[in-house]
Write a protein that binds this ligand. Structure first.
Ligand code: UPG
Ligand code: MN
Length: 507
């Protein structure tokens, strides 16, 4: 018999939630009945509306579940050399708002996952088309050769160098790593101050050639740039161990073409990675969300490798957790209700939301519906040629071009991450759930990923505004697409009202 890789339990608070539901419903009925005996019709209407919203929010409380995974038993199911390959997608947009050293640290934390290195690839999408970000990644690729063995040999858990050096005291070996990382930071900061990559900062001739071509690139107008920075088949760390793949991509941008924000960037990553490594599992990460637990991919595998559980499993979502919250979290930056409590409730109904980051997808689910048998992980073949070979790079540039989706309307509507809302995560998971895919919320005690919450009031309000505009876009969309979507629409109205509370709290 196959060992138990995961288990779950209905949350103990469920009984209390249901009792509360009964009592509250009774009081509501009494209140509404009372309104019918008073002359104020408007008051009745207002309370019916609020009662309706309350009713919709009860879905989150009806059957919350808690889950546990047993990654230590994975070896009884599959040898680690046969694990499905994993492609990690990291998105960044602006080197001044999202400092390249931070983005590179996030990538290093993913490169250092406890996962077979020939099955792990990290792709970075730079929507800023910035030479500063690429420069930081050239430096990070060199640093990875020492950093990865250091983490492995010392059992480091925080594998983002930025986070590690901020929180840990250093012994002699760690001190050496710190000096190397400081020198990396200095070189990148020097380029940041100048605003461009001075060729004196670059040592290798090949790198110099690349930065020479970076003329007149603007964020909205530049050709595609694809750079293989580390390649598992030929690059080794200082102990002779193969390194994972690391690839930098800046998709082509032209003022006349629609780029569909982050969803567009993710779809380019989907296509480029398909031409290169085509891993059956994908992890999406925001550039400010680094790994805090190198074993997180193995936790996700506990679900994907469970044959009885996986046929219609689209994604495994980890919560967004944060560092750097200000004292008492006065801007409610943690969003616990949305990112943890709500997710446990939705998981109980088999439909945890996709939160945009910290989410492991099965690639197959982004291309098809569950009744079509999902290809087994073994059917995703790895290329035998080098990723940096001319043939592969040619194909990769073709699928990263701004014209590629013209005439291929299925992108963003039937396949890939869905277009049409600023909250592409909510919209994409809604469409996947409509197709019959299910999802899981995985919330281990040690946060798997840690990000930065907005620190100032202005940032907090601007983030909320973006989310609510995105949710309103969904509402309008759902109104024109029929009844099934209406359920979704009302569901998200609840979210919006909850959200408004949070904005009010901030003021
Ligand atoms: O055109 C764009 C816009 C954004 N991004 C990246 O998308 C991520 C999220 O954008 P951010 O501005 O940080 O949005 P937040 O509101 O902080 O993000 C939350 O909300 C978004 C919309 O729902 C989700 O995509 C995110 O994963 C989720 O963390 C960042 O890594 C950006 O670099 C792009 O790659 N291209
Ligand atoms: Mn963010």
């Amino acid at each position: 018999m196959a060992p138990l890789l995961h288990t779950h339990q209905i949350h103990p608070r469920t009984t209390l939630n249901r009792l509360h539901f009964l009592l509250y419903s009774l009081s509501l009925l009494l209140l509404l009945h009372h309104h019918t005996t008073t002359p104020s019709f408007l008051l009745l209407l207002a309370d019916v509306f609020l009662a309706f919203l309350w009713l919709l929010s009860q879905g989150f409380r009806w059957r919350p579940v808690r889950r546990w995974e047993f990654p230590e038993l994975l070896s009884k199911v599959t040898a680690s050399k046969d694990f499905p390959a994993l492609d990690v997608f990291i998105c960044t947009t602006d080197p001044y708002k999202e400092p390249p050293v931070g983005v590179a640290s996030t990538a290093l934390s993913a490169l250092a996952f406890d996962y077979p290195s020939d099955r792990l690839s990290v792709y970075v999408s730079d929507d800023g088309g910035s030479d500063l970000t690429l420069f930081a990644f050239f430096e990070a690729a060199k640093f990875a050769r020492c950093w990865l063995p250091f983490c492995r040999e010392n059992g480091v858990m925080e594998r983002s160098p930025e986070a590690y050096f901020q929180s840990s005291g250093c012994d002699v070996e760690a001190e050496k790593m710190k000096v190397m990382f400081e020198s990396l930071k200095e070189r990148v900061d020097c380029a940041m101050e100048k605003g461009y990559v001075d060729l004196n900062l670059v040592n290798s001739l090949e790198e110099k050639e690349i930065f020479k071509t970076w003329k007149n690139f603007t964020r909205k107008d530049h050709p595609s740039v694809i750079q293989v920075l580390l390649e598992s088949k030929k690059d080794k760390d200082i102990t002779g161990h193969p390194l994972p793949n690391l690839i930098y991509i800046s998709r082509e941008k032209r003022p006349a073409s629609l780029h569909n924000f982050k969803a567009g960037a993710l779809n380019t990553l989907l296509r480029v990675s398909e031409t290169m490594t085509n891993a059956p599992l994908i992890l999406t990460l925001d550039c400010d969300m680094c790994s805090n637990d190198p074993y997180a991919p193995k936790r996700a595998l506990c679900y994907f490798l469970d044959k009885d559980f996986s046929p219609n499993l689209s994604f495994v979502q980890f919560p967004q957790r944060f560092t750097g919250l200000n004292k008492n979290d006065i801007y409610n930056g943690e969003f616990r209700r949305v990112f943890t409590l709500g997710e446990q409730g939705l998981d109980g109904l088999q439909s945890a939301n996709y939160l945009g980051t910290g989410c492991f997808f099965s690639r197959g689910s982004l291309y098809s519906s569950p009744p079509m048998a999902m290809p087994s992980f073994d059917e995703f073949k790895l290329h035998s040629c080098l990723l940096s070979s001319e043939l592969i790079l040619l194909k990769a540039h073709e699928v990263a071009s701004s014209e590629y989706e013209h005439g291929r309307k299925e992108w963003g509507s039937q396949i890939g991450f869905r277009y049409g809302s600023l909250v592409e995560d909510y919209y994409t998971c809604y469409r996947l759930h409509c197709q019959g895919w299910r999802s899981v919320f995985c919330n281990p005690d040690r946060p798997a990923f840690l990000g930065e919450a907005p620190k100032s009031l202005v940032d907090a309000i601007s983030q909320s505004k973006r989310w609510f505009v995105g949710l309103y876009q969904l509402k309008i969309f759902s109104m024109v697409t029929g009844l099934r979507s209406m359920a979704f629409c009302s569901f998200y109205v609840t979210h919006m009202i909850l959200g408004k509370d949070e904005v009010l709290m901030m003021e």
